[in-house]
Write a protein that binds this ligand. Structure first.
Ligand code: 5AD
Ligand code: SF4
Length: 454
């Protein structure tokens, strides 16, 4: 049996895949270990979304090469998006890599790891179609035994049928496959029974859940509400990521009606310029994005909306960038995740357009946009001083064990003195009063008389 150290890069779907892989490997009798030094197999769950993510894995692998060559029995493997995109070539090129398994084949990990003990074959499994039944990433779902902590993640669909011109995901994760609603609800319920208080439903393009079937994401939220409402425990339900074209008023209304749905949306705009949006093939223009944003805020008062932006997309002029800046300054986003454009091999943008915005200019636009979002955050924080907020208490802060942290349903981070009753309050809702605020953190105290909510 092996001692396996699993290192995860990339998005929440990758983190979930790592949990599922760890569960499958532990089920086959292997030990998951916390340090690389103890391990006799280091497995990287990789990301391809930007070039930097891939280069980081390659350099970590190269660092482990001497150990791989010196230590009999020590093995190296890759899973995830980079393995899917480039695994076959990497197996040819890197003699110290033992296996690579793609995003829809990692159910085979126990079999692959068992085979490592025999002979010197190098193993690769790629492609395939996600399973519709069970977790699509891993095949038929086992009853989940994984201990989830406060935050549980459930994939409801995988893959993406959009063709945003910059994006590698359709290639690395394939087309959209949705899971059956009852199975999603059962898994969410199992996680809540195992201790989860907040469930996040995951999908690369989650608003397209069972598109055209007459039972969409809004229905799924209602189903989960009904299935889990009898169990004390679920306090919050979130879902990510929303595409501005697919998100509906009906979904927003479901969020408003369902008391445990977090009033929080992640709806990436990517750019504020119509020309850039068209070249990105996003399927909406600025006016349509603004209209969707207004719709969310109308249906869900106080909704927090987070966005992603890419700066330095091919042909992005100063005027295009200023349009994006204006969108950030005027939209009151809960947060903006900002990325510098990175051409991905095989994507339409990499094929059709030169990467013509200089790196230095990408960096400057990144900085300017970050600073704008920072001003938005500070203004919001200042406006919240003196108000009361409800947070899901997570327990001691990893940075300062003398203070606790919690999150609002809009995903704002609050820091506060530990509640007197101690650790049993972790995982419950607390009422806080905001005393001061920085860009990313609200500093709070327990609100007078604001004990844990039922
Ligand atoms: N270059 C830079 N950023 C990208 N993203 C996706 N593809 C690229 C790329 N080629 C960003 C998008 C997406 C987020 C997950 O990563 O903003 O929403
Ligand atoms: Fe996640 Fe996309 Fe990175 Fe794959 S390429 S790990 S789907 S962010």
């Amino acid at each position: 049996m092996r001692k396996i150290h699993l290192i995860t890069f990339g998005c929440q779907m990758n983190k979930l895949d790592s949990e599922l892989a760890a569960e499958a490997l532990a089920g086959a009798g292997h030990a998951l270990v916390a340090s690389e030094a103890e391990a006799d197999l280091v497995l990287f769950n990789t990301c391809s979304v930007r070039d930097r993510a891939e280069r980081r894995v390659l350099s970590r692998l190269a660092q482990l090469r001497p150990r791989r060559e010196a230590e009999p029995g020590f093995r190296l493997g890759l899973m995830g998006c980079f393995a899917e995109r480039d695994g076959a070539r990497l197996l040819e090129r890197l003699p110290y890599l033992d296996f690579a398994v793609g995003t829809r084949q990692f159910a085979r990990l126990p079999e692959i790891v068992a085979r490592l003990d025999y002979g010197r074959e190098r193993i690769g499994f790629f492609g395939g179609r996600a399973e519709a039944e069970g977790d699509p990433g891993i095949g038929p779902a086992s009853p989940r035994k994984r201990h989830s902590g406060l935050h549980g993640f459930v994939s409801v669909m995988r893959g993406c049928d959009n063709r945003c011109s910059y994006c590698i995901v359709p290639e690395t994760r394939g087309g959209e496959v949705s899971r059956p609603p009852l199975e999603v609800a059962a898994e969410a319920r199992a996680l809540v029974l195992a201790g989860a208080r907040e469930i996040t439903l995951l999908g690369q393009n989650i608003d397209a859940y069972r598109k055209g079937s007459g039972f969409g994401l809004a229905d799924l939220l209602r189903l989960i509400d009904r299935e889990i409402s009898g169990d004390a425990g679920l306090l919050r339900l979130r879902f990510v990521t929303s595409h501005p074209r697919d998100i509906t008023r009906e979904l927003a209304a479901a969020v408003r009606e369902f008391p445990r749905a977090a009033r929080h949306f992640h709806m990436p705009a990517q750019s504020g310029s119509d020309g850039v949006l068209a070249r990105m093939r996003r399927g909406y223009d600025l006016a349509a994005y603004r209209e969707r944003l207004a719709m969310l805020r109308e249906e869900v008062p106080g909704a927090a909306v987070a966005s992603d932006f890419i700066v330095g997309f091919p042909g992005e002029t100063e005027a295009d960038f200023l349009a994006t800046l204006d969108l950030v300054e005027r939209s009151g986003f809960q947060n903006s995740f900002i990325f510098k454009y990175s051409p991905r091999p095989g994507t339409p943008a990499a094929r059709d357009f030169a990467d013509d915005v200089p790196e230095e200019e990408k960096r400057r636009r990144n900085r300017v946009l970050l600073a704008a979002q920072d001003r938005v955050n500070r203004e919001r924080g200042a406006g919240l001083i003196g108000t009361r907020l409800t947070v899901l208490a997570e327990g001691p802060s990893p940075r300062d064990p003398d203070r606790w942290i919690g999150r609002t349903d809009g995903n704002l981070i609050c820091v506060f003195p530990p509640p007197v009753q101690g650790s049993d309050r972790a995982g419950s809702l607390l009422e806080l009063e905001v005393l001061s605020a920085s860009s990313l953190t609200l500093f709070c105290r327990l609100a007078p008389g604001g004990a844990a909510k039922p």
